[in-house]
Design a protein around this ligand. Sequence first.
Ligand code: KG4
Ligand code: ZN
Length: 311
Amino acid sequence: MILGIETSCDETAAALVTADGEIVTTVVASQDELHARFGGVVPEVASRRHLELIVPVIEEALGEAEIDAVAVTSHPGLIGALLVGVSAAKALAWARRLPLVPVNHLHGHVASLYLRPLDLEPPFTCLLASGGHTMLVDVQERGGFRVLGTTLDDAAGEAFDKGARLLGLGYPGGKEIDALAKQGDPAAYDFPVARVPGLDFSFSGLKTALLYKVRDLPAAELEARKADLAASYQHAIVRALVERIEATGAERVAVVGGVAANSELRAALPGAALAPLPLCTDNAAMIASAARYAEPVPYPDYLSLDARPTA
Ligand code: KG4
Ligand code: ZN
């Protein structure tokens, strides 16, 4: 039994997962509302909230369970946020004389596919699209992956969040645009999809195009066309992601990360393995899942283990 802990951004999460990938408990305390009035995650605010939530969230997930290891996201992420999870994980593992497994958050997203009942077996090509990252990776075995392409500027989730802010929608923006787009026409506006060489992505031009559209529309017109703008903007992001997946020529495709929750993207990839909705956005079950294929650090060697912001 593995206890997973995740605090890399604005979700405080803990989960219990068995060695064969069964989720026993999973608790996610979202800080969305706290950050909404700032229109994005404020790192210092996030760390302070993690401090308040980490013990009750772990207690709720752990209950009276006997565990064999503690897994925690050690990188990449907001350093002050990561440190809360890493410190809690060290303390708990040390007190129980258990091994600690440091987990790469991106490996965690891919490992959301290894949980039951999906239990996906490599090889496959995976799109990892979240608020902080957008990459295509080649997965040959559960212990790792090879990066085929990555974003040159914004992440896809960031494009959703920034677009939502331009349209005066709430935070996080992906969910808001997804909902509003259902009432709009995806062909109403022709937003450009950047075509950069190879398998990389670029979303900054798209965001600028939306900025100009919003600026040029009279206020009343903007209000009336908001759903069309959301639908067209989302369509451009989804098209960029799907085109890149198709460019790999891969037969077995999977999609993970917060943007994998997008309804248009899911509908556009009927043959792909999609992370289950509750496991798309940040959670600790995926971290415990990744720990099954990572190197545990034996007690008490991990006391000097550090978090780091970069992958
Ligand atoms: O994986 P995640 O929870 O955190 C990171 O590791 O970054 O991803 C969060 C991102 C946010 O940018 C959010 O707007 C986006 O995922 N997202 C969505 C949807 N739900 C969340 N984007 C598009 N459509 C959605 N339904
Ligand atoms: Zn994430």
